[in-house]
Design a protein around this ligand. Structure first.
Ligand code: SF4
Length: 347
């Protein structure tokens, strides 16, 4: 990814280009010294190692949120637990929220350590088909703080992607910090050769959260990260006793569904608030097993059921199919159909 700093002149060749610091546009640029003295350019050799390591992971899904407190880690854990209810699937969670790793707690794995084997770091297993890797496993106490600057955080993310042995995994769900930070850029950059399916974006219904989600969507578009869809979390509260529904966070501007429609990204569904989810996360137990009759379980199951379709028919494929069905003359349809689906069936 070739970066152009905000203070760079209009014709900046990009800080990653061969001409960085040397082209005529660089003359007088405040960054010229840094760009011309940067290390020799060339592909990072670790990218090929990451690509090889993750070639046994079929689907890689990033979970993003515009702001903190919208339940991103809860949604990550619930998606993974929900997928893992199918014994035929192998599922992993990678927690790259370096400064606030909460996945060990919500998965009931606090105090666990990373184990090393001949083939790399081994995930910690919650179930036979559900493994977890988190920065939290590197802390001696859950109350310890990780106070790291960018390069060190990026180094750990790279190590997670390069050194964890996921074996044959169907879904790797990656929990990221809120916002659009260094960590997101690193994950996207490191995974760009390992084929990432895309991002699931979590928000709550109110405008203050949607404002940040619009930025997150624009970030994804900028770094060419496909958007699998948006989930509206804490969307109404259904009383566990009387089943009456009330709005805790009113969708004053139409909520996530309208925002997704306006931004032309898929909407995956709404998840109601259920205080028992928070209790299960605090205790590290599975909400699916504890409260299978909750309306939230039904909503999660519907979203999880739709995820494979949204992976196969992501935005770009949908656009391609739409174009094909609209514009390609009838006699060429059979040729294009066989080409497109041959590509997907072999992928
Ligand atoms: S020195 Fe050149 S490459 Fe670096 S930021 Fe300035 S214009 Fe861009």
């Amino acid at each position: 990814m070739s970066e152009k700093p905000e203070n760079a002149p209009e014709h900046c060749p990009g800080t990653e280009s061969e001409d960085a610091g040397k082209s005529s546009a660089c003359q007088g640029c405040p960054n010229q010294n840094i760009c011309s003295s940067a290390k020799p350019k060339g592909p990072d050799p670790d990218l090929a190692v990451i690509q090889e390591r993750l070639s046994s992971v079929k689907h890689k899904i990033l979970v993003l949120s515009g702001k903190g407190g919208v339940g991103k880690s809860t949604v990550t854990s619930m998606l993974a637990r929900g997928l893992a209810l199918d014994d035929n699937l192998q599922v992993g969670i990678l927690d790259v929220d370096i400064c606030g790793p909460s996945i060990p707690r919500v998965m009931g794995l606090e105090g666990e350590q990373v184990h090393q084997s001949g083939s790399g770091w081994s995930p910690v297993y919650v179930e036979d088909n559900l493994g977890v890797m988190s920065a939290g496993f590197l802390l001696s106490s859950p109350d310890d703080a990780i106070i790291w600057r960018g390069p060190k955080k990026n180094g750990l993310i790279k190590q997670f992607l390069r050194d964890v042995d996921w074996e044959d995994t169907n879904y790797l769900v990656i929990d990221t910090p809120p916002g659009t930070s260094d960590e997101h850029l690193s994950v996207v950059q490191y995974l760009q050769h390992a084929v990432i399916d895309g991002a699931v974006i979590v928000t709550t219904p109110q405008e203050v959260s949607l404002m940040d989600v619009r930025k997150e969507i624009n970030f994804c578009k900028k770094v060419k990260l496909p958007i699998i869809g948006v989930i509206e979390n804490m969307s109404g509260f259904i009383c566990p006793s009387c089943k009456n529904e009330s709005q805790i966070f009113p969708p004053t501007t139409g909520g996530a569904e309208k925002m997704a429609e306006d931004m032309k990204v898929p909407f995956l569904g709404k998840l109601p608030l259920d205080p028992r989810i928070g209790k299960c996360c605090d205790e590290g137990t599975s909400f699916f097993e504890e409260f299978p009759d909750s309306p939230a379980v039904t909503s999660y199951q519907q979203i999880i059921k739709d995820i494979p379709d949204n992976l196969l028919f992501g935005n770009q494929t949908k656009d391609l199919l739409h174009m094909y069905l609209t514009f390609i003359p009838l006699f060429t349809k059979s040729f294009f159909t066989s080409t497109i689906f041959k590509g997907y069936s072999s992928g």
